[in-house]
Design a protein around this ligand. Structure first.
Ligand SMILES: [Mg+2]
Length: 404
């Protein structure tokens, strides 16, 4: 266990990269490496999300689709599927909450995390950021960028500069070095009219703004905006992370590069997922009473099965055994499977109802905890149940290169 450190930059801002596009790529490898947007094709449609390949052409989210097509004639347009995005979003947030309950969501794909409480477990907040990014990549196959800083607004600016698929830490005491060269538009609360007023004052960067006496600023943009902007330009942001409601479910799923065929193969993957779900539940201090199995076949038909356990658990073997029962109920047979997921819900943080499976060796809990600890540090492929040792982890759908 690491020494308690100062943890001087405890606020993370985690932001998924081109979220809707990356979720679509999980289902369709043909979209990888191409300029892709998610959005409608009607005359008044706008771009909901743009891949980094599309951004090279100047395509941006919120841009009219007509304009996006003009900028990039080979643009691939995918119709949005918001129920799919919100499902993946809840998985992303359950990963956040497996690290800390101090999670404040800003939208479906970004959140602030206050990781002060993890100082006994990680040597620095940046280490937490590495672990969170790895969990998101390992469990969901998606890229995310993380800003690490002393305040929320600094962390948000940092994640922006980390994109795509990176980490950026703004060291305590060095905030103004990072902040002042940025364009003033980067500040929260600078809309178009404020921006125009600031431009008239000759203010281009945040540093320019910080140099303007506060009374002069207030007379141009109004008292409350003026005070707020001046605080931000000085790197001051007292707002704490305000956690939202709790995790409702924890799941691990994967879309496979080549379809899984046969019960034996599925069982191994279920074991792998059960192990991840258990690790995350334990890290979050949660136990779950309902297990879920999700199977998407090669023809995209998707089935889910769930079962209520006699008692809540966060032990991999309980989840695994229950999931095997669900697999049997699903009668998958030898149909090719492209996506497999295992989940845990009806969560409780109360250890009281934890009733161990009768035949479980007493050591299992301890062993599972040790495994989860090693995985947190070295990645989820570093250690797992013995049965997994012989089986190389199947490659998830490729990601390299699709973030630019
Ligand atoms: Mg995002």
């Amino acid at each position: 266990m690491a020494q308690a450190s100062e943890f001087r930059e405890p606020i993370l801002h985690v932001d998924m990269d081109a979220f809707f596009v990356e979720v679509e790529r999980l289902d369709d490898a043909n979209l990888i490496d191409k300029p892709v947007v998610v959005g409608g094709t009607g005359r008044r449609s706008v771009v909901a999300a743009a891949s980094y390949e599309a951004r090279v052409f100047g395509v941006r989210s919120a841009m009219p689709m007509v304009k996006a097509r003009r900028l990039c004639p080979e643009l691939v347009i995918v119709a949005p599927d918001h129920s799919k995005y919100s499902e993946v979003s809840s998985n992303v947030f359950s990963i956040f909450r497996s690290y800390t309950p101090m999670v404040e969501g800003l939208s479906v794909d970004e959140a602030f995390l206050d990781v002060s409480g993890l100082r006994m477990h990680y040597s620095s907040p940046a280490d937490v950021a590495v672990a969170v990014r790895r969990s998101i990549r390992d469990d969901l196959g998606l890229p995310a960028s993380v800003g690490v800083a002393t305040t929320k607004f600094m962390a948000k600016l940092a994640s922006e500069s980390a994109k795509p698929d990176g980490i950026r830490q703004v060291e305590a005491g060095r905030e103004l070095d990072f902040l002042h060269p940025l364009p003033v538009r980067a500040l929260w609360g600078v809309g178009q009219s404020t921006h125009a007023a600031l431009e008239q004052l000759g203010i281009e960067t945040i540093g320019d703004l910080a140099a303007v006496p506060e009374p002069a600023l207030r007379s141009r943009v109004g008292d409350s905006v003026g005070v707020h902007l001046h605080e931000l330009a000085d790197g001051r942001d007292p707002r704490p992370v305000q956690p939202d409601s709790e995790t409702k479910s924890i799941s691990a799923e994967q879309t496979y590069e080549s379809d899984l065929v046969g019960v034996e193969r599925l069982e191994i993957e279920i074991l792998r997922h059960s192990d991840k779900v258990a690790g995350r539940a334990r890290r979050a201090g949660l136990w779950g009473k309902t297990t879920h199995l999700k199977v998407r076949f090669a023809d995209f038909k998707t089935i889910t099965r769930s079962e209520t356990l006699p008692a809540a658990t966060n032990v991999a073997r309980d989840i695994y055994r229950s999931s095997l029962r669900l697999l049997e109920r699903a009668s998958v047979g030898s149909r090719p499977v492209r996506l497999l997921g295992v989940g845990l819900s009806s969560l409780t943080s109360d250890a009281q109802p934890r009733q161990l499976a009768v035949d479980r060796p007493a050591k299992w809990d301890e062993l599972s905890d040790a495994v989860a600890g090693v995985q947190d540090r070295f990645g989820s492929d570093s250690l797992g149940p013995a049965r997994l040792a012989d089986v190389r982890a199947p490659r998830p759908r490729p990601f390299d290169g699709n973030d630019r």
